[in-house]
Design a protein around this ligand. Structure first.
Ligand code: SOE
Length: 393
């Protein structure tokens, strides 16, 4: 694994757990974790359960005993590390969004296609696909239970930078993060809705906003939980170069119309992801704050019996649930990562391609780019090309 902050910890937890919960055709060995600071990475190795700590990812990739590289760094190093790992014949799990630009995502997708021919697998870490209720939602839509999809309504809301004194961490710098709320959390609802509906976002009209344009500089920039501003009196500031919020309408290629909202300024909303899909035969609703549940309105039932029902997605025959606890014993955020590792390990062992692929993630990246393009041009309509048409292998 390269990187050991929030996502590194979440992934480590999943790597530690996956073989204890699922009966898999391969066993995971947590060989090495890599980060720039020798003391911090040694501490992370100890805390998170890795056998060794390294400070140079190139040396990590060169190791013969490493088969898979999990990229959990900020977006500005995803492409370089991933391309090197694939070239060295290592399977890759890369955190979302896949890259900081469409050009990088295209190069990574092309490299993944070349590597795939040699049996090397790659996957992008859109973990919310693996929440059992979301997977079940996708299955119900694929089974035609909603009929023709008319509407998709998706929000992902956080509030961790509402305070203008919150420092200028890497997630607020375009050269490091690629974009702001759009790429960090908007990417999740773009992927999730394309996954659930099986439809691709074909075009968008968007607004983006940066509410607080200057923020205090920090000594270290460590993502969500940064240290306080440097100095006591005159605090140096720097420009915020990403969006704080992105809102857009979209057309999906199967005929649905959709609305999306991603914000880090939704006061009181800590990590509120909600997706509603309305079809000609019913509606499905997923709300991350109640992630064990799926709301279902079945319009094919007799009129007198129609109404929203709450399905508790904890039965043994619900997706991923057979290995966990008896029905009604709930799971949480971290389990989505364990499910992700389960699917990846299984795919590698069976010699098949895991999903979401880099091509799926490139499709998300193309939407991110279209949203930024539209917002730049006063919300004018921006078409989104199909990912595979844009990759030269
Ligand atoms: C920060 O906004 C963040 O950690 C995202 O980067 C994750 O992808 C999301 O799952 C939770 O919030």
């Amino acid at each position: 694994m390269v990187g050991y902050a929030f996502m590194g910890a979440a992934h480590s937890q999943a790597w530690r757990t996956v073989n204890r919960v699922y009966d898999l055709p391969a066993r995971v060995r947590m060989a090495a974790i890599c980060g720039r600071d020798p003391e911090k990475v040694a501490d992370a190795a100890d805390r998170l359960g890795w056998e060794s700590a390294m400070t140079d990812w190139r040396e990590l990739i060169a190791r013969d005993d490493i088969d898979l590289v999990d990229v959990c760094t900020p977006g500005d190093s995803h492409a370089e590390i991933t391309l090197a790992a694939l070239a060295a014949g290592k399977h890759v799990l890369c955190e979302k969004p896949l890259a900081n630009t469409v050009a990088e995502a295209r190069a990574m997708t092309a490299a993944a296609a070349v590597a795939q021919a040699a049996g090397v697998r790659s996957m992008c870490g859109f973990n919310y696909r693996r929440v059992p209720a979301v997977t079940m939602m996708q299955q119900l839509v694929a089974d035609g239970r909603l009929g023709t999809i008319r509407h998709v309504r998706a929000v992902y809301l956080q509030d961790w930078i509402v305070d203008p004194q919150f420092p200028l961490v890497w997630r607020l710098q375009k050269d490091k993060a690629g974009s702001g709320a759009l790429g960090d959390i908007g990417a999740h609802i773009i992927d999730l809705t394309q996954f659930v509906t099986g439809q691709r976002i074909a075009g968008v009209s968007a607004v983006t906003e940066t509410f607080v344009k200057e923020r205090p500089l920090t000594a270290g920039s460590t993502g969500l939980a940064a240290g306080g501003p440097t100095g006591d009196t005159e605090v140096a500031t720097g420009p915020v170069t990403v969006d704080d919020a992105a809102v857009f309408v979209a057309r999906l290629d199967g005929g649905a119309v959709a609305t999306y909202e991603a914000s880090r300024f939704a006061t009181g909303r800590k990590n509120a992801l909600r997706v509603e899909v309305n079809g000609s035969l019913g509606t499905l609703v997923f709300d991350l704050e109640r992630l064990n549940e799926l709301e279902y309105y079945d319009a094919t039932r007799p009129a007198a019996e129609q109404g929203f029902s709450r399905i508790l997605v904890t039965e043994g025959d619900h997706p991923y649930m057979s290995a966990w606890w008896p029905p009604g014993h709930l799971i949480g955020y971290e389990h989505s990562f364990t499910h992700q590792m389960r699917d990846l390990v299984e795919a590698i062992a069976l010699g098949v391609d895991p999903a979401p692929s880099f091509a799926d993630a490139l499709q998300v990246q193309l939407v991110l780019e279209a949203v930024e393009r539209s917002a730049r041009l006063g919300s004018s309509w921006a078409e989104v090309e199909p990912a595979l048409a844009s990759v030269a292998v």
